[in-house]
Structures are given as C-alpha cells and as structure tokens.
Design a protein around this ligand. Structure first.
Ligand code: R5P
Length: 292
C-alpha cells in the first residue's frame, strides 16, 4: 500500500477535458463492457442525451412512511412516465409499480439499519442477485459508508454485489452515503466516489458539493446526484442544473420531487434541465407556467 504520510494532494483534474475512453458509447467508462451491461445501462441513461432522471422512493426501507411516500400505489403512477429509472425496494416495486410500465429499475439491495438507531452506517446486501434478475433490475443499489463505523461491511457488501452483478451483467450503483461524523465536503466526495468506482461500481450516486466538477472528473463512471432534503423548487432546479453543469450524468431525486406541492410538474421541470439543456431559471419558468 502506498504511504499515506507525505502523499501529495490531487490537483490536476483536467475537468474541462472530456472523458477519453468512451468510444462511441454514451455511458462514461462503459465502452468495454459486454452487451448485457450496456443494454441495462442504456435503459437507465437515455442514449440520446446520455443522462438520466432517476426517481428515488426507497426512503421507506429505513424510515417507514415518510411525507410524500404514504401511498406509493397512488404516487408512482403520477410520476413514472417522467422518470427514466425508478429507484426503490423490491417490496415497494412489486406491490405498487405495475410491471407494464416497463421502466428501468435501480433496485435498493442493501439494508440493516433503521431510523430508530443512532448509527445508520451498518448495511449489508440483503437481496439475492437471482431476485434482482427476476425483477429485471437494470441496476442494484448498495449504500456504502466510507469513513464511518460501517465502512468495512458496506465495502464488502458493495463488492459482493459487483462480483455477482458482473456474473449476470447487472450494473451496481454504489451509493456514497455520508456517515454522521463525516462532512459533506469536496475531499470526502472525491474519496468516496473514486473508491466506489475503483471497486467496480458501474455508476455512483453522490451528493452535490463545492468543486463538484473535480469530483466528476476524477470518477471514471457516471455520477447521479441525490436531491437531499426538500428545498424550494427554484433551489432544487438550481441544484440539478449545477450538478449537470458540473459533469453529473443525471439526478436521483426523491424528496424534492415527491414532497413538492406539484410533483408531476416538478419532475417535468427536472427533465428539462437534465435532458433538454434548460438553465435553472428556464426550468423554473417552465415549472411556474405548468403550475399557474
Ligand atoms: C435515501 O435513503 C435514499 O438513498 C434516497 O434514494 C436518496 O437520498 C435520494 O433521495 P433524496 O433526493 O430524497 O435525497
């Protein structure tokens, strides 16, 4: 292992230089994957734009019924049409998402904690890969807590998922979760996202941060940015815009869509930013037009 003491900080990210190994495939870092992996990634990332609007509604797996997600059976049919990919648990998807929607699924496959605990960082892989195959998942999602108490077990869970995913050509989305002692700063996300990509995750979910373009440049697979806690719609659209401008390949947004007073209009505005090159201001005007 390289010395830690005396290590020089990374500084030359060439963030304005496009990724150099994409060939003619639209997903970062995926040019040399096999057909099945590319097919599943193409269900998540729109081949026309290379980007994704992922709708996250997996919060109930550790929080129970949270605001906006009281009735998945009523909510998801309103929003699914505007999402490229649905991110949820197998229980939520099997019970409440009609298979006729034929949407890309990012299947939450790690668990082990609940809001009743102080430390949420201990999760393991709890979904069999065979069940992910039966659900026709386009990716499985594993939460990983770099730097937290649960680091080792979540890294093991992620690598287990990646090993099994490679066997069946199912991408693994490494989720860069932030432990309670960790700061949401650039150096943390540089470390966590790069580690997850180097373990072999084919896509990484992260949070937006200062100098996000450096984080995106240093990560050789696509980043999707979580929305986080509910913001005013204008600010959430700015978050989406800054993420895309900074090099994200999409958003994985939950509360900023389903906790909006106008969730259908909000997800359409997010689509404008992600897929149609709208600025945050243009997207907010579009949102206001739809809601007035
Ligand atoms: C939460 O446990 C999940 O990982 C969510 O999928 C993630 O945080 C994205 O949802 P939100 O945009 O609400 O943060």
């Amino acid at each position: 292992m390289a010395d830690i003491i005396g290590n020089k900080n990374a500084k030359n990210f060439s963030e304005n230089v496009p990724f150099a190994n994409n060939g003619n495939f639209h997903v970062k870092g995926a040019n040399h994957y096999d057909w099945g992996m590319k097919d599943r990634l193409s269900r998540i990332f729109n081949p026309k734009t290379g980007k994704t609007v992922m709708l996250a509604f997996d919060h109930g797996y550790f929080m129970g019924p949270t605001s906006g997600l009281e009735r998945l059976d009523l909510l998801i049919p309103r929003l699914a049409n505007y999402a490229d990919c649905l991110m949820g648990t197998r229980g939520a998807i099997r019970s409440s998402v009609p298979p006729t929607y034929n949407k890309a699924i990012a299947l939450r496959a790690s668990s082990g904690s609940s809001v009743l605990q102080d430390d949420l960082s201990r999760e393991s892989m709890v979904v069999d890969m065979e069940d992910a195959i039966k659900m026709n998942a386009s990716a499985i999602a594993i939460q990983t807590f770099i730097g937290a108490d649960g680091q080792k077990e979540t890294i093991e869970a992620l690598n287990r998922a990646i090993n099994l995913g490679l066997r069946y050509s199912i991408p693994t989305m490494g989720v860069a979760a932030v432990g309670k002692e960790m700061e949401r700063n650039t150096s943390f996300f540089l470390l966590a996202t790069r580690m997850l990509a180097e373990f072999g995750a084919q896509l990484v979910k992260t949070y937006y941060c200062k100098d996000f373009e450096k984080v995106a440049a240093a990560c050789p697979v696509p980043l999707v940015v979580a929305g986080g806690k509910k913001l005013p719609e204008k600010d959430a659209l700015t978050l989406a815009y800054n993420s895309i401008q900074g090099g994200a390949a999409g958003v994985d947004m939950g509360r900023n869509i389903f906790q909006s007073e106008y969730p259908e209009e909000m997800i359409q505005a997010v689509n404008k930013v992600v897929h149609e090159g709208f600025t945050d201001q243009e997207a907010y005007q579009f949102f206001q037009h739809l809601t007035n």
